[in-house]
Design a protein around this ligand. Structure first.
Ligand code: DC
Length: 222
């Protein structure tokens, strides 16, 4: 598929990223995980001491991010920040616990909006996130919006994390997901909301293969 923009939004742990990667393969379009970019800024802010237990130093973050250059490798899904590979670090529990607070800062969203649009400008892409169909690419060729019951999402994420060696309890994962849902849907700037023209998919009782087939059928049917 030539230069198409496919926007995949929805709640945390609904299977967006896995589906987006499969669609990108199937359609021959690059893939970008926009959540990784927000995680990248959060990771840097923690490392630099702009986030502490008691404070988020917004001014320092605003000044510090002005010179950043992100690259998301579509094939390996590696994220580099100023050429440093931070793919693994951005999945840590600490980053997950702060990322929604960083993602609600207007200057962070504005900064990443420009970077995300640039990424899609030459070859099109499949991008997953929270505001791709509403704010980043409102003119996207296809928009999907993913939901699923929180308990099912927590279970899936918990199993994934366990397999990756993270020692977290199910309840902790569920709490993190519910906290993030709340912040993501209630923030002032581009909150998580279904675009009017997005196709909603509730993946609670669907396998990844079923979701994939639904999306491909919608794309082929247009
Ligand atoms: O998809 P994820 O869980 O890696 O995303 C991490 C956080 O980043 C999520 O809690 C909200 C934020 N995010 C966002 O605000 N807008 C996006 N387009 C993608 C992610």
């Amino acid at each position: 598929m030539d230069k198409a923009i496919i926007a995949i939004d929805g709640f945390a742990a609904t299977g967006k990223s896995t589906l987006a990667k499969r669609l990108s393969n199937h359609l021959g379009l690059p893939y970008v995980d926009s959540g990784a970019l927000f995680r990248g800024i959060t990771f840097l802010a923690i490392e630099k001491g702009w986030i502490t237990d008691t404070n988020i130093y917004e001014k320092s973050i605003e000044e510090g991010i002005s010179q950043l250059k992100f690259n998301f490798d579509s094939l390996s899904n590696a994220l580099t920040l100023n050429k440093r590979d931070i793919t693994n670090q951005i999945r840590s529990k600490l980053v997950s616990s702060y990322v929604s607070q960083i993602a609600k800062l207007p200057f962070v969203r504005y900064y990443l909006l420009k970077q995300q649009r640039q990424m899609g400008s030459s070859n099109g892409l499949v991008m997953d996130g929270r505001d791709i169909g509403t704010a980043v690419f409102p003119e996207a060729d296809f928009k999907f919006f993913f939901t699923a019951k929180p308990e099912v999402r927590a279970q899936r994420r918990w199993e994934e994390m366990k397999a990756d060696g993270y020692l977290l309890g199910y309840n902790e994962v569920l709490k993190n997901i519910l906290d993030r849902d709340k912040i993501d849907t209630e923030r002032k700037v581009s909150p998580l909301i279904k675009a009017d023209d997005a196709i909603e998919i509730d993946s609670t009782y669907l396998s990844l293969q079923q979701v994939f087939e639904i999306c491909v059928a919608k794309i082929n049917g247009k």
